[in-house]
Write a protein that binds this ligand. Structure first.
Ligand SMILES: CC(C)(COP(=O)(O)OP(=O)(O)OC[C@H]1O[C@@H](n2cnc3c(N)ncnc32)[C@H](O)[C@@H]1OP(=O)(O)O)[C@@H](O)C(=O)NCCC(=O)NCCS
Length: 376
């Protein structure tokens, strides 16, 4: 038994069977733990309590119930597998009645401390790229993202899916891993409703790109003039856009890119997209890119969106130099950048891939934060 303020980790007991079955048969648990039986029945729960978990413990792993310290009710499950050469892999789930309350984060931190106190040197964790909640748990529990294992997981139909690999070493600090891209202001519960946070100037609102934006994003990125400014200039496949949207939060948490939808602040209608791409963290240089849907053009929305993103990039992210590029003939986009304060810095010949093996010239624009004066 491991005691913490938020949760306790304890052995499974016979009377936990109903909660265990309900928690593991829940659609989100089933989606992200595809090795669980489906459906997950009371008989499966009884087997785990009497045979599965005791066998895992006997083999030197860990298999605990996450329980409420006050009521002892099951909130979820957490464990790690058999140790091999000083390393093991951790997993956890939290029941729908306990989610978003910090239970998984507390359990992961306690389990990691327990594993290291038993001599483990490396604890890994694998998350589906679409499972942002679990990636946040990994970050909060001090795990570092190490990469993507392509086709690393096998789902119930025998298909393969990608997995992000995370690890924490016994020498790593017991504190959340540093993120390059913070969340947007306002992220959290607001009057009972969840918000992913936003940036707004009262006319346009920017919100993180999500799976629900797939249709709007696909329609926008399929427009001929948007395709022409894409790298490479090829129209997107709907499945690829769907994957991009479902994984947008993973890219944000990885510190690689902040993908945002541009919305009409009054109606919330989708009006386009803008992104901050953190291409060069060692030099604190990032790039922005945007597209506005045809029905919303000509209203200054791109300029407003660029101003909101640049202000956030300088003040909250700590970007020291922002760049953007436009095609030499794309005068409208050049106007947007100039109105957002960017300066034209150069003409980059053959900068981007064009269609059919050609190359495209690009005009480089850059913007510095208001407080950093460039060398005279
Ligand atoms: C992943 C899971 C265990 C998280 O449990 P939890 O107890 O809700 O997690 P916590 O309350 O500790 O929250 C951890 C973070 O995730 C965030 N979070 C929770 N649900 C979220 C969601 N649906 N989308 C995005 N973020 C979410 C929380 O806000 C918190 O982030 P923050 O600290 O940056 O604000 C739970 O969603 C779950 O059981 N999912 C199904 C099984 C699973 O995915 N297991 C892990 C497999 S790798």
């Amino acid at each position: 038994m491991i005691h913490g303020d938020r949760v306790v980790l304890r052995l499974w007991r016979g009377e936990d069977a109903d909660d265990l079955a309900a928690g593991c048969d829940d659609p989100l648990t089933q989606r992200f733990l595809p090795f669980l039986p489906s459906p997950y029945t009371r008989a499966d729960a009884n087997w785990w309590i009497t045979e599965g978990a005791p066998a895992a413990l006997a083999a030197g792993g860990a298999a605990y119930a996450i329980a409420d310290p006050a009521t002892d009710r099951v909130l979820g499950g957490a464990g790690f597998g058999r140790k091999h050469a000083g390393a093991a892999e951790m997993g956890y789930w939290v029941a729908p009645w306990a989610r978003r309350g910090g239970a998984a984060t507390a359990a992961a931190r306690m389990l990691a401390a327990h594993a290291f106190s038993e001599g483990l040197e490396r604890l890994t964790l694998r998350t589906d790229p679409a499972n942002a909640a679990s990636q946040r748990v990994a970050i909060a529990a001090g795990f570092t993202r190490e990469g993507v294992e392509r086709g690393g997981g096998r789902d119930r139909d025998g298909g393969r899916y990608d997995q992000i690999v995370w690890a924490r070493l016994d020498t790593d600090a017991d504190e959340p891993t540093r993120r390059l891209l913070p969340d947007l202001p306002g992220r959290g519960l607001d009057g009972g409703r969840w918000s992913d946070g936003e940036l707004t100037d009262g006319v346009v609102t920017l919100r993180p790109l999500r799976a629900a934006d797939t249709d709007d994003t696909h329609a926008l990125r399929s427009l001929a003039d948007v395709v022409a400014t894409s790298v490479p200039p090829v129209g997107p496949d709907r499945d690829a856009v769907s994957r991009t949207c479902a994984r947008a939060e993973a890219g944000w948490l990885a510190g690689e890119r902040a993908d945002l939808t541009v919305r009409d602040a009054t109606t919330g209608d989708y009006a386009g997209e803008i992104g901050l791409y953190y291409l060069e963290p060692p030099t604190q240089q990032a790039m922005i890119g945007y597209s506005i849907a045809p029905g919303w053009r000509g209203r200054g929305y791109a300029t407003r969106a660029a101003l909101l993103v640049t202000e956030w990039a300088f003040s909250a992210v700590g970007i020291a130099r922002l760049v953007a590029g436009t095609a030499p003939k794309n005068v409208r986009s050049q106007r947007v950048l100039e109105r957002a304060g960017f300066r034209r810095e150069g003409y980059q010949r053959s900068r981007l891939p064009g269609s059919d093996g050609t190359r495209i010239d690009d005009i480089l624009y850059a913007l510095l934060p208001p407080t950093i004066a460039p060398n005279p």
